[in-house]
Design a protein around this ligand. Structure first.
Ligand code: AMP
Length: 144
């Protein structure tokens, strides 16, 4: 299954982004309200400057305490995140996520942000694909 199909099945809602100069306290609010684990950092909603995950906030809280809530997103984000394209397969995205040990991947088209795929989205797509393959093979073996 292609990333394009994953994005389609998730609906056409806009990707949730956050500006680099936002405070970590505000970013934590957005993550909690939207019930998500990661935010793409972009000043114009198009360019991908970084990614801020709940893990970045938890790590900083453990190291430095609540003072990190006054930092900006730019202070804690991962710059130049690994991105994928719409014509990439769910399998390739899963491999990149597993190798890089992260669970979010921005999707870009000519450098512009067009979506986000999470490890949950990629696993779901892969499971659906495997179930279809199994049905097709069973059909061939049983002769229908
Ligand atoms: P995650 O597992 O996605 O919550 O993130 C784990 C760590 O990887 C955090 O430090 C994130 O900032 C970073 N991260 C998340 N997504 C990406 C990505 N696509 N490319 C590079 N780093 C990432």
């Amino acid at each position: 299954m292609l990333v394009q199909q994953i994005l389609k099945s998730k609906g056409d809602g806009p990707v949730i982004t956050i500006k680099a100069n936002t405070s970590i306290a505000e970013a934590a609010n957005v993550l909690a309200e939207r019930r998500i684990g990661g935010l793409i950092v972009s000043d114009d909603g198009q360019s991908v400057e970084g990614i801020l995950s709940e893990r970045d906030i938890v790590r900083s809280l453990a190291l430095r305490g609540a003072v990190c809530l006054q930092d900006t997103v730019a202070d804690l984000m991962t710059r130049n995140p690994v991105c994928c394209r719409k014509d990439e397969t769910a399998d390739s995205v899963l491999q990149k996520m597993t190798n890089g040990r992260f669970r979010h991947m921005p999707v870009t088209d000519d450098g512009a942000l067009v979506g986000i795929v999470t490890i949950g989205d990629a696993v779901k797509a892969r499971l659906e694909e495997l179930a279809m393959e199994k049905d097709a093979l069973q059909g061939m073996i049983m002769g229908h």
